[in-house]
Design a protein around this ligand. Structure first.
Ligand SMILES: [Zn+2]
Length: 205
């Protein structure tokens, strides 16, 4: 799933706070957003492995959630929502496409790395690839309750995220083609900073 879907999903995890502890809701929404974002900071270094921990984030999120329930203050609630957002992101990546330049072709058997079992989890393709139409539908669906629940700058963040989601969905396939065209001409010095999937040899080209 694309990053906008992950951050909106992370934010929505904080929804119950609006009822139970409204004064902690804003920090929960921000922490959920950041937790949903965090795993994909590995985009250029071992994507979906370095910062993706489907099992360990879930374990720590459960512990942090218990701590937040026992002592609901900004620090515990923030930590719990951050870990929950990162856990849901890492688990959700299993249900998307695989790691490849053109994930809609469905050639990759790597969705996300499971550090606990020491193996790659195969993509289940409930969402065919990041930036697929159903991915955008998911982003829109997640944002509707959020737009009711949040106000002020958080509402602008949700709207801005939706704009990014729409732009990414519209350009997703073109971006992959563009990358395939440009990358062979990029200076070798740049290659450590390009996602691995752009450097794969593609027999179809
Ligand atoms: Zn991810």
């Amino acid at each position: 799933m694309m990053l906008p879907t992950h951050v909106l999903g992370g934010m929505l995890l904080a929804a119950p706070l609006v009822r139970v502890a409204p004064e902690l809701a804003p920090i929960g929404f921000v922490a959920g957003f950041l937790g949903g974002l965090f795993p994909d900071l590995d985009m250029y270094v071992g994507h979906r492995k370095t910062l993706h921990f489907p099992v360990y984030y879930s374990v720590f999120a459960a512990i942090a959630l218990l701590a937040a329930l026992a002592l609901p203050v900004a620090a515990t609630v923030g930590a719990a929502l951050f870990l929950l957002g990162a856990a849901v992101h890492s688990v959700a990546d299993m249900y998307g496409g695989g790691l490849e330049l053109r994930p809609w072709e469905g050639n990759s058997d790597r969705a996300v790395y499971d550090h606990y079992r020491g193996t790659w989890v195969a993509p289940r393709r409930l969402v065919r690839y990041d930036g697929a139409l159903e991915d955008l539908a998911l982003s829109v669906g997640l944002s509707i309750p959020l737009l009711y629940l949040v106000g002020g700058p958080l509402q602008q963040i949700v709207i801005g995220t939706l704009v990014v989601a729409a732009a990414y969905t519209l350009t997703r396939r073109h971006l992959a083609e563009l990358a395939a065209q440009v990358v062979p001409y990029a200076p070798a010095a740049l290659s450590p900073f390009l996602p691995d999937r752009y450097l794969d040899d593609d027999p179809k080209q």
